[in-house]
Ligand binder design. Structure first.
Ligand SMILES: NC(=O)c1ccc[n+]([C@@H]2O[C@H](COP(=O)([O-])OP(=O)(O)OC[C@H]3O[C@@H](n4cnc5c(N)ncnc54)[C@H](OP(=O)(O)O)[C@@H]3O)[C@@H](O)[C@H]2O)c1
Length: 283
């Protein structure tokens, strides 16, 4: 990974932070994107101190706001000369329906809209790097979820866990549709999705009440640590075995068949079109 540049969203904690540390240890230049300046600068400082000479840069944005995704992508395009891997990783679970100040339901905005918008904005930079990759952190939680295009943002009803499951289904639908579009346009950038495992990160800690507590207990009892939880992200960002591999879903560093709903080509296309409409002021 010497000479390669990887951008990681949600790099201030959890799986994103641990993946960044591993990438820095193998000589990767890093672009860390997260919303909390102090926390992200501290991660960058720790990485630099453990890896003298490491090139680690910080960009701050609340990725649940398309205006912020747009602003940060402009800043990145202006100051970063090349990008080899984009790891879309920032994500969260919102037990209670939360609307962002830009009028989007928070799960949909952070977990899906930010992946779509950041990827579309940074694609011209990725295209300049031979063998460039896009890696989308999804989840096995997508299994069993159905997408309801009339309730994408909880307009009719909202359940926090269902919204999270659907957002992770959206990550995979987006991955497959993007892979098809890139291939049919002859753009040699690959895109794959992954499940990191059930990881004892800070995931879910933004929620109080029963669901937040239950998730905290389940993580302590059953989850793997962040070191193991970052293996598949690191593998998808770095492995030579994946040169040219695109439009796939991985779990434990192995190919896995995602749910039938995620492989529904019509859903992939509809989600792309609806997302483009929602994000049209920013695209
Ligand atoms: N943990 C699991 O068991 C698990 C399982 C399957 C999939 N995943 C997926 O893995 C990804 C990473 O999750 P994690 O477990 O590492 O969670 P985490 O420990 O909570 O870390 C999430 C990261 O995303 C950042 N983030 C949250 N909201 C943001 C916003 N509005 N704008 C910018 N950055 C924001 C967080 O920043 P702050 O530090 O400011 O909060 C943090 O850096 C997510 O996509 C999640 O869906 C996790």
């Amino acid at each position: 990974m010497q000479g390669k540049t990887v951008l990681i969203t949600g790099a201030s904690a959890g799986i994103g932070k641990r993946t960044a540390e591993k990438l820095a240890a193998v000589g990767t230049e890093l672009i860390l994107v997260a919303r909390n300046k102090e926390k992200t600068e501290a991660v960058a400082a720790e990485i630099r101190s453990k890896n003298p000479g490491s090139q680690t840069h910080v960009f701050i944005a609340d990725l649940s706001l398309p205006s912020e995704v747009l602003r940060v992508s402009k800043e990145i395009l202006q100051s970063v000369p090349k990008l080899d891997v984009l790891l879309n990783n920032a994500g969260a679970f919102f037990a209670k329906k939360t609307m962002t100040r830009e009028g989007h339901e928070a799960t949909f905005a952070l977990n899906h809209l930010s992946y779509f918008l950041l990827t579309n904005k940074l694609l011209p930079l990725l295209e300049k790097s031979p063998g460039a990759r896009i890696v989308n952190t999804a989840s096995q939680a997508h299994v069993g979820a159905d997408i309801d295009f009339d309730n994408l943002q909880g307009e009719r009803k909202y359940s926090g866990w269902k919204a999270y499951q659907v957002s992770k289904l959206e990550n995979i639908l987006f991955t497959y549709e993007l892979a098809n579009r890139l291939q049919s346009s002859g753009i040699p950038v690959t895109v794959n999705a992954l499940h990191p495992g059930f990881v004892n990160s800070q995931f879910g800690e933004n929620n109080s009440g029963f669901l937040g507590t239950a998730l905290g207990i389940a993580k302590k009892m059953f989850a793997i640590d962040e070191d193991r939880g970052s293996e598949t992200s690191f593998y998808l960002c770095t492995s030579k075995d994946l040169d040219g591999v695109t439009g796939k879903y991985f779990d434990e560093c192995r190919l896995k068949t995602s749910s039938p709903q995620s492989r529904n080509v019509e859903s992939q296309k509809i989600l792309w079109e609806i997302t483009e409409k929602i994000l049209s002021p920013y695209l």
